[in-house]
Design a protein around this ligand. Structure first.
Ligand code: DLL
Length: 424
């Protein structure tokens, strides 16, 4: 059940003692970089005192491109990754051999926690390259000792061919792609529940609601576990759901989590929602202190029945820069997703468009519906459309326009899903 029982179930007092020690090590290590060389604080005496250290932002990483955060000799760096941002200067992250070893160990730990074992067949459907999803899991899976198929995303028919003939039991996949892939099975006359050996999907890298997770579980007849991470910390392997599926354990022996109010920057107590701030505890090449992830979540109070003592965060609600303001009302795209995906007639994809019309913001939701529903009568479709509008009005406090479209007709990408188009 545990990859490293002693570390995963470490007594909290001891875990916190080690965290304090590691934060002080991180401060010393970070001072070797030009960005942190002027850090005023040498050490802290309690975990609470971490609040005295300054926050670090994505902007800082950008401004220091390429080497401003590097804290070791360049010769010790064996790998670079870059974050998925599509605009502006990229942010780059460096790793020493030991950083990579620790990272792959955390992936192995995460996979083991949800039941992946050596006798599984693992199809890694995440992108390889600068993105951390593919390569990150690849080395972790190999460390665990599971046969790994480095197929990457795309070419859905070939994916399915491998799934079927190699008897793949575990996939690592973007939740949006898991839903799109499903639309290809019919054509190939394959029933994913009967004709495949699939048991587990590891899903992450983009916000997704519990409704989307349930949908993936039901369509494929499997368990889907949420995996969270970001390139700045390493990539995937920062926080992972255990089989309880009740929040994601932050691997606290390597990352120190805080939740802050994004306006006042004050640290919030457990249970309150805010922005996740992370400090690396063991990174050599690129230690980062109090990094503002922009991801909104909360620390879940109480112990997890799985026995792990590392605290859990709740499912990511979105990034605080994702929030839409529609005629003064604050909306997160995930609220729309939760509402529509709970309606059984709804298919596997949706898209949100926002426009200005007569000085007012208009929200248009295009949503795919199941094949049978789409072939149904006009009045059935109108009834469904009204139902979606009513449910969204209740959730959002505004009346959207809704357009029902055919299954697999909305645009998709090989990478993270882009579902919001703001034309204002
Ligand atoms: O997406 C790392 C990753 C790869 C995580 C594979 C999980 C699986 P970046 O490309 O740097 O790294 O993007 C990080 O993606 O700050 C979140 O906004 C979002 N994100 C990642 N995982 C989740 C998740 C990888 N499980 C950014 N739920 C993060 C919601 C997620 N959002």
């Amino acid at each position: 059940m545990y990859w490293e029982k002693d570390l995963e179930t470490l007594d909290r007092k001891e875990l916190e003692r080690r965290q304090l020690e590691q934060i002080n090590w991180t401060i010393r290590q970070a001072r070797n970089s030009s960005f942190y060389s002027g850090l005023k604080i040498n050490r802290i005496d309690s975990l609470e005192a971490i609040q005295d250290l300054p926050l670090t932002t994505k902007e800082d990483l950008r401004n220091q491109f390429p080497y401003g955060f590097l804290a070791v000799d360049r010769e010790r760096v064996i790998r670079l990754h870059s974050s998925s941002g599509t605009t502006g200067k990229p942010t780059v992250v460096f790793h020493t051999r030991e950083d990579i070893d620790r990272w792959q160990n955390l992936i192995a730990r995460s996979m083991y926690a949800v039941g992946v074992r050596k006798n599984d067949v693992f199809q890694n459907i995440m992108g390889y390259g600068l993105f951390t999803g593919g390569i990150g899991f690849h080395y972790g899976a190999e460390l665990l000792g599971v046969m790994t198929i480095p197929i990457g995303p795309g070419n859905s028919k070939r994916q399915i061919w491998f799934l079927k003939h190699l008897r793949t039991s575990v996939v690592h996949i973007l939740p949006s792609y898991a839903l799109r892939l499903y639309t290809f099975f019919d054509e190939l006359n394959i029933d994913p529940k009967k004709d495949l050996n699939l048991k587990i999907a590891l899903i992450g890298a983009e916000p997704h609601s519990n409704e989307i997770r349930k949908k993936i579980e039901e369509l494929y007849g499997i368990k889907a576990y949420n995996s969270y991470g970001l390139s700045e910390m390493c990539g995937p392997g920062v926080a992972f759901e255990c089989t309880q599926q009740a929040g994601l354990h932050v691997w606290e022996d390597h990352f120190y989590p805080e939740i802050i109010d994004p306006d006042s920057m004050q640290v919030l107590p457990e249970g309150e929602e805010g922005e996740l701030v992370l400090t690396t505890l063991s990174r050599e090449a690129m230690p980062i202190i109090r990094y503002r992830t922009r991801d909104l979540t909360s620390l879940i109070p109480g112990n997890c029945p799985c026995g792990r003592t590392h605290r859990r965060i709740s499912r990511i609600k979105g990034r605080n820069d994702d929030m839409l303001i529609i005629n003064g009302v604050n909306i997160f795209p995930i609220q729309i997703e939760r509402t529509v995906m709970a309606i059984p007639e709804i298919g596997n994809n949706y898209l949100i468009e926002i426009r200005k019309k007569d000085y007012m913001d208009k929200l248009l939701l295009k949503v795919e519906v199941n094949e049978q529903v789409f072939q149904g009568t006009l009045s059935e479709l109108e009834k469904l459309q009204r139902k979606i509008i009513v449910e969204l009005r209740e959730e959002l406090d505004l009346t959207p326009e809704v357009k029902l479209v055919e299954s697999a007709s909305l645009p998709v990408s090989d990478g993270k899903a882009k579902r919001v188009y703001d034309f204002r």
